[in-house]
Ligand binder design. Structure first.
Ligand code: C5P
Length: 313
């Protein structure tokens, strides 16, 4: 029997970063929003007799098999069960740009925990699921929680679901061919002087608005307010100055605020509808905004599983 899932991507609407803790990690406070751009994951018990889990990748390039979080998820659950569970044959079709601040790898891992448990007939309580997810990585518990939007705190292990968005907003994503390694972004954050408490009130305000139910057409105005609410932006620009040029070009071409997701390198703008996001994407792709060469452009809603429109500039 084959089990399938469509693990979605996320955006960070804001990202407050605290001081580096003794474990080397920075505590975070961020509002995560799931978006309609998903990978494809397929799992079945392996018929090969080698007894090894096998991961086969397709879709986007640049995704490692070795050390892939999906394999970690399988191994973690097998160890946790204490049973000699059979090897799995896993197919992962990557659609979410990699190392782009969209947490595709974390989402795949969260989905893998579910599929492996189903494939083996292993029961997982909510508590066990979240504990395993937290061990796999900071962004994994959000996906395991199943929330559409959530306030995520600590190292990602504290996930408070928020009501979400009423209606169908649109998102336009631009993922440039620029790498911002997460560890380097946090190191640059420290070098630039570390935390400020500036974003705290805005996070609380946005969380309250989402809890109460935020209308799709209110999101673009929120994006303008959230433009400076990613504490990793100065660090990302220090590592990749081209991001600053790209953002300025996108803002002048579209007339709206562009935000960084996570430590980048994806930038996004919010629209009142997926149609508006698609039109803006098509206009950008046919224009001459600087820094767009080689970038992936994707317009989507929040549900998916597949985006409305995509193009490589
Ligand atoms: O979560 P991930 O393994 O991608 O993190 C890579 C590195 O980024 C960590 O080893 C740590 O140096 C840094 N990091 C951090 N605080 C976080 C997440 C990551 O300092 N909350």
């Amino acid at each position: 029997m084959t089990f399938t899932a469509r693990p979605p991507a996320k955006l960070n609407l804001n990202l407050e970063v605290g001081p580096r803790a003794k474990d080397g990690f920075h505590p975070l406070r961020s509002i995560f929003l799931r978006i309609g751009l998903s990978d494809r994951l397929k799992v079945r018990q392996s018929t090969a007799d080698a007894g090894r889990d096998v991961l086969t990748l397709s879709g986007l390039d640049g995704v490692p098999v070795e050390g892939n979080l999906v394999l970690h998820a399988v191994q973690l659950l097998r160890r946790r069960s204490g049973l000699p569970l059979p090897a799995l044959a896993i197919e992962l079709d990557k659609q979410i740009p990699v190392a782009a601040g969209l947490a595709g790898g974390s989402s795949d891992a969260a989905a893998m925990l579910e599929l492996a448990a189903a494939c083996w007939g292993v029961g997982l309580s909510d508590g066990e699921r979240l504990a395993l997810a937290a061990r796999l990585g900071s962004d994994v518990p959000f996906f395991s929680s199943g929330a559409t939007a959530a306030l995520v705190e600590g190292r990602g292990e504290r996930v408070a679901p928020l009501g979400g968005v009423i209606g169908r907003p649109g998102v336009l994503l631009v993922t440039p061919a620029i790498a911002v390694p997460t560890a380097a972004a946090f190191a640059a954050f420290d070098e630039l002087g570390g935390p400020s408490a500036a974003g705290e009130r805005l996070t609380d305000e946005l969380a309250a608005a989402l809890r109460a139910g935020l209308a799709a057409d209110e999101l673009p105005a929120w994006a303008t307010r959230l433009r400076e609410a990613n504490d990793l932006w100065p660090a990302a620009v220090r590592l990749a100055p081209a991001l600053d040029t790209l953002r300025a070009g996108l803002e002048s071409a579209t007339g709206r605020a562009w935000l960084l997701s996570g430590s980048g390198s994806s930038l996004f703008a919010l629209y009142a509808s997926p149609d508006e996001a698609t039109q803006a994407g098509a206009a950008l792709a046919s224009g001459e905004a600087p820094g767009l060469v080689g970038a992936r452009l994707i317009a989507t809603d929040l549900e998916g599983p597949d985006p409305r429109w995509r193009q490589q500039a």
